[in-house]
Write a protein that binds this ligand. Structure first.
Ligand code: FES
Ligand code: FES
Length: 171
């Protein structure tokens, strides 16, 4: 079997029923997709398979034979984040980050499909993606901003939001 991950072709040695998630993480050492529930219920393992968001924990790699896979590593780079990644940073849509790669890929598929900034449509597109940290509102805000084509100066994102606390040096 062969799969293309983020533009690089790989010959797969794992058995055909091995979950795609395990092939990505264990065989190819691509760790962006996260193993949350491993039962299809959390969305943390979501990757794009030929552009469609799929739960990689439930997908035997044989079903992805010949497919193009996109993981979060293929969205952008630390130096050049994809717009949806910039929006997540700007809107503080990630805290622990465990859900984030799956959220980003589901959001990217939504945007690629012409998704708008309608909150209900975004919630539906991200339905089944569980986040224990953010309360979801910031995630929806981020996807909406990306849908509007907003851009962000991330060097200014936190400016003015926090005060610096200094310790010691009491007078
Ligand atoms: S790890 Fe795949 S849906 Fe939770
Ligand atoms: S940021 Fe922690 S689970 Fe979503």
């Amino acid at each position: 079997m062969n799969i293309v991950v983020n533009g690089t072709a790989h010959a797969i040695e794992s058995g055909p029923l091995t979950p795609l998630l395990d092939v990505l993480r264990e065989e190819l050492e691509i760790t962006g997709p996260k193993a949350g529930c491993h039962q299809g219920g959390c969305g943390a393992c979501t990757v794009l398979v030929d552009g469609e968001p799929r739960r990689s924990c439930l997908l035997p790699v044989a079903y992805a034979d010949g497919a193009e896979i996109t993981t979060v590593e293929g969205l952008g780079t630390p130096e050049s984040l994809a717009p949806i990644q910039q929006a997540f940073v700007h809107h503080y849509a990630a805290q622990c980050g465990f859900c984030t790669s799956g959220m980003l890929l589901a959001a990217q598929a939504y945007l690629d499909g012409g998704g708008t900034d309608d909150p209900e449509a975004i919630q539906e597109a991200l339905g089944g993606h569980v986040c224990r940290c953010t309360g979801y509102a910031k995630i929806v805000d981020a996807v909406a901003a990306a849908a509007r084509g907003e851009s962000f100066d991330l060097t200014q994102t936190a400016v003015g939001k926090y005060t610096t606390v200094t310790t010691g040096g009491a007078t």
